[in-house]
Design a protein around this ligand. Structure first.
Ligand code: HEM
Length: 488
């Protein structure tokens, strides 16, 4: 299990610990962890003392990476690393961390020197996907279905995203009390379970071309494969779900090779084959993709597009509701400001912490020798909070002048004092789902805005930090947020 995967499996455990059903304050997450060293929980923004070198440089004890303190309050530790150990060798987990924005950008662009092979236990569940490939082989597979995730094709499908969102909200009256509660003209809704958890999956299911009746199974595949990524005891469930998905896709592939299916615009005109039908007719070196390859592509789109967008929507609402003036500015100018809020959310609290790479050759970076084949973690969380790039990085500020929030470019953006965030990566593996997830988060939020009159956080139902304040997002996307709104 590589350290990022270990990192994710810890996240899954900690996510469970953070939000208890019904929203009552959770027990301190500390109880769920077996940290090798008892690090104290610190006020957010301050690092605990792990000792100092003779010259006064603060030390990093790698056991901190498994501690609850790090999950809720990682940024002061990343700052120590950026300032004093821009390449940190973690002896305990036997890997390296690269933490500065500029270094991470350079490494992402060098996909010969820093390859993505192997991704660890995710390969068993997702299969051999373009994520694991580099160079020519990666480039040949990169654009198999990208068409539906960007540009005109996607523009023509925005109506479908919109109806999926409206359909979900129309169903709120039928949800039980653990998700929607009405009292004295005020409705409290658990926005994760009522909306954000499933909305991105339904969109992905639609664009892939899965029949509507497979939706229920789709959630089973998705949930099992996601929890199976951790390499933990749930791994075998992930493998079983993958096998089940592959069997289902096998039948679908035969049907679609003979009778491809299409996606339609709002007027009912076909705008192109859905992703599954497209994959069925794709050839590489004269051979059709096998069912296994098609399943891996589907698994990657599902795995890449669900949890991430869910986290982005919840984090965005959680942060805005805690900054009422910024929320007001967004609600007053939704056409412009949801886009801006989306980017600042991804900078401040991205759902994906970073990406593992393996260096193909011996290298030396900032005086640290990294032998060929080492696991090198690019910490996107830290790049997004690098104060060499973003002023007051811990502050959530949708008005910040130093963040580029225009069209995403593979080359990133760094001009006139503005830089892109690192949430979608940069370079050859830049997330091809960036634009569709942006559209989902923005369209979904505009729909929520239309339905939620005077939205505010139901603080009583939210998990608390050890000092009674609201739980910070830290390394884990908000799992659930309870919003109150006026019914009349
Ligand atoms: C807020 C939402 C999202 C975030 C933060 C995110 C983040 C990322 C990141 C950081 C990578 C780069 C991986 C690397 O460098 O190794 C990536 C790759 C990828 N993402 Fe996303 N993603 C999001 C949404 C989506 C969606 C909605 C889809 C599909 C519908 C998607 C599909 C993919 C795929 C297929 C790749 C692999 C690209 C390649 O290796 O060339 N992602 N994503």
């Amino acid at each position: 299990m590589d350290s990022i995967t270990a990192f994710l499996s810890n996240i899954v455990e900690n996510t469970d610990a953070r939000t208890s059903e019904g929203g009552s304050p959770s027990p301190a997450p500390r109880a769920r962890f077996v940290a090798a060293h008892d690090f104290p929980l610190m006020p957010v923004g301050q690092a605990c003392d792990m000792g100092h070198a003779p010259d006064g440089t603060p030390l990093i004890d790698p056991r901190i990476f498994n501690a609850p303190e790090f999950f809720r309050n990682p940024y002061p530790y990343y700052k120590i690393m950026r300032d004093h150990y821009p390449v940190f060798f973690d002896k305990l987990h036997n890997c390296y961390y690269v933490t500065r924005y500029d270094d991470i950008t350079t490494c992402y662009f060098d996909d010969e020197g820093f390859n993505t092979i192997p991704k660890g236990s995710s390969s068993g569940v997702l299969g051999n996907t373009q994520l694991e490939l580099s160079g020519v082989e990666h480039r040949r597979r990169r654009n198999l279905y990208g068409q539906h995730l960007v540009g005109k094709s996607l523009d023509n499908r925005l109506h479908a995203i919109e109806s999926i969102g409206e359909e979900m909200i129309a169903d709120w009256d039928n949800l039980d009390e653990s998700i929607v509660q009405d009292r004295n003209g005020v409705r409290s809704v658990a926005i994760g379970r009522a909306f954000a958890n499933e909305f991105p999956i339904r969109v992905v299911c639609d664009v892939l071309g899965f029949p509507k009746e497979s939706r229920k199974k789709f959630f089973y595949w998705y949930n099992s494969m996601m929890s199976g990524l951790g390499g933990s005891e749930t791994h075998h469930q992930g493998l079983e779900a993958r096998q089940d998905l592959e069997d289902y896709v096998g039948t679908l592939v035969e049907e679609r090779r003979a009778h491809p299916t299409y996606l339609y615009d709002a007027a009912g005109n076909p705008i192109g084959k859905d992703i599954i039908s497209k994959l069925c007719e794709t050839q590489i070196d004269g051979d059709y993709l096998s069912t296994e390859e098609i399943t891996s592509n589907i698994a990657l789109v599902v795995g890449g597009g669900g949890e991430t967008t869910r986290g982005a929507i919840l984090n965005m609402w959680y942060l805005l509701l805690q900054h009422p003036q910024q929320l007001e500015a967004v609600l007053a100018d939704p056409e412009t400001m949801w886009d801006v809020a989306f980017h600042e959310t991804l900078r401040h609290s991205t759902p994906i912490g970073g990406q593992p790479r393996h260096n193909s050759f011996d290298i030396e970076l900032h005086g640290v020798k990294i032998p060929a084949g080492s696991l090198v973690n690019m910490v996107d969380f830290s790049a997004n909070h690098d104060d060499r790039i973003f002023k007051d990085p811990e502050v959530f500020n949708i008005f910040r002048p130093d963040l580029y929030s225009g069209k995403l470019l593979r080359s990133g953006y760094r001009k006139e004092g503005r830089c892109s965030h690192m949430a979608f990566g940069v370079g050859p593996h830049l997330c091809p789902g960036a634009w569709i997830s942006h559209q989902e988060a923005v369209i979904g939020s505009k729909i929520l805005q239309r339905h939620l009159k005077n939205p505010r956080l139901n603080v009583d139902k939210m998990p608390k930090d050890f000092d009674g304040s609201l739980m910070p997002i830290g390394l884990i996307s908000a799992k659930e947020i309870w919003i109150d709104y006026d019914l009349n």
